[in-house]
Design a protein around this ligand. Structure first.
Ligand code: UDP
Length: 244
């Protein structure tokens, strides 16, 4: 068998998707009672939950910034979220994912409105199937909005990759593991990139195509995020506006 064709059958991927197709997305908002904002997301077989607290007092206090709020982001993968049990606790990878995810979101948060305070974002991966950092950013962005944190806009995130020489959107685990490249991005609704990473090798032209494809994916995710928030808040607002 030609190994180069093993990730595609009749032009479709192993899970039946076209090369430019996202995995199915499900988003629920306000799933945690004790967080200020929260969101549960499924992107394919990824299951991720995000909780937002704040703006609140900073501890330890020496981290306070006098002119703005600080933003903290903790990405954590549950031991049971992956095939081979993950050792609990932070590691190099989770520090890296937390750092880039924090930066992807912090640039749209209006931190100057809340000097000396902190916005804490916790992301827990319950089930992983490649693309957990992007799923986490999508969930965190919705959870920030749910917490009422003022932002310039929502952040949407997904990856494009290269598998068997083809550029594909939103690689799943098998494609990520055996593929030639992975390019996760995060983006504002206006198209400003706030996260761009690359694993593997791509030619300049392939990189350009992967970036364009990931941008289209982000636009589609943005529509889902926006719709979920509008649905939630329009249904909450409706009875009050009737009484007024
Ligand atoms: N993964 C794993 N064990 C680990 C880290 C990752 O099995 O300790 C798997 C998991 O399914 C993850 C995928 O490898 O989603 C790809 O990991 P990567 O570091 O590329 O991050 P992600 O694509 O999840 O953002």
């Amino acid at each position: 068998m030609d190994e180069k064709l093993s990730f595609f059958k009749d032009g479709l991927r192993l899970d039946g998707r076209r090369p430019d197709e996202l995995r199915p997305i499900k988003i629920e908002v306000g799933v945690l009672e004790r967080a200020d904002g929260s969101c549960y997301i499924e992107m394919g077989d990824n299951k991720v939950i995000a909780a937002v607290y704040g703006p609140r007092e900073v501890h330890p206090r020496h981290l306070q910034e006098v002119t703005r709020a600080i933003v903290r982001y903790r990405y954590n993968m549950a031991s049971f979220s992956v095939e081979e049990r993950k050792r609990p606790g932070p590691d190099r990878r989770s520090y890296e994912v937390s750092k880039v995810s924090r930066e992807a979101l912090a640039s749209v948060i209006l931190t100057s409105y809340f000097p000396r305070s902190v916005v804490d974002i916790f992301v827990e991966v319950l089930q992983a199937d490649a693309g957990t950092r992007t799923a986490g950013i999508n969930a965190a962005s919705v959870a920030l909005a749910d917490a009422g944190i003022p932002m310039k806009g929502l952040i949407s995130s997904c990856a494009a990759g290269k598998v068997d020489g083809e550029i594909v959107l939103d690689p799943m685990k098998a494609e990520d593991n055996f593929g030639e490249a992975d390019v996760p991005i995060a983006m504002t609704p206006g198209g400003e990139i706030t996260l761009l990473q690359m694993d593997g090798r791509l030619s300049r032209d392939e990189f350009r195509r992967a970036l364009e494809l990931a941008k289209v994916g982000c636009q589609q995710i943005y529509e889902v995020q926006r719709r979920v928030l509008v649905d939630r808040y329009s249904s909450i607002a409706a009875p009050e506006s009737c009484e007024a």
